[in-house]
Design a protein. Sequence first.
Length: 369
Amino acid sequence: MKRKDFFKGAALGIISLPFAIKTCGGQNVAQDTSTNISGKKYKWKMVTTWPPNFPVLGEGCSLFAKWVKEMSGGRMEIKVYGGGELVPALEVFNAVSSGAAECGSGCAYYWAGIEPSAQFFASVPFGMNAQQMNAWILSGGGLELWEELYDKHNLIPMPGGNTGVQMGGWFRREINSMADLQGLKMRMPGLGGKVLAKAGGNPILIAGGELYTSLERGVIDATEWIGPYHDYIMGFHQIADYYYSPGWHEAGTTLEMLFNKEKFNALPEDLQAIMRAAAARLNIWMLSEFEAKNTLYLKKILAESKVQIREFPQDVLNQLKQYTDEVVAEVVASDDFAKKAYESYNNFRNEAVEWSKLTEKVFYNKIQM
Ligand code: CA
């Protein structure tokens, strides 16, 4: 078809559709999409890894429940539990898998001990940003792999938000070279922590509630958290002098919704569709909320404290990237599925980087300087 004809046809298609429906022998030829909606009511439990009502992440779960209730006309009610309220935060995966709760919210890197490749569906240091993660998961084959990985655990995963690029963390002293990472006691979970250990640092896992005091008393020298909004609430700007960018360890962490597969598949089709629609809405809501709140709270941090913003030196980042490659290679070597999942992740990343070099990168460098 010639290009001109294509556009002509496309335009006709849009305009003529309603007439075709009305005038075909006086009958409605539009497909009947009505279903028998039963009045059966469902009451589900959602367990989460977040503290109760945790800003954005916990709030998003409550919104998910609200949207599902609205869309289902009240047929589906979901009660949301914060971490520790029904099951401990890190038991969410098992609780949803067993059916103790019908659904859950968390982040796939929490399940690295159960499935090493789960963390590729959350965040890889020096990996993809939010836009690229959504593209890989939703349009690049990532979700199919994620579903395959969780299937044997009786789970259905869906992307349920993204933090965007995080900050590199709060430091009580400057990082000018790799030597400054030697012996650095820093709260740094997951793959990022393993990278820090290779760099001679001392990654320490501390619960959120104890982080402020630990940093204030010098039990740790540094901590990563999320970004300006959550970091401001934690008060780190009151006790650390340097706020580093970028969050090389979490360039765009995907949050996840988990559904018990049997319970989900037993739902009427319209309720399944409602769940998927609500998860998709949550996915974009969280990213938008992070972007808007971080923008606002960065300004507040700068206005209300003497914190100095720093960027990690390029040679430090280059070295950390090398250690990341080693750490990822170890994960890939430990597990067959991890090899398959990372191959898909990495191929997509490499191609997306070429595209963004030509577009986003030029845009940021030359337009949004
Ligand atoms: Ca973080």
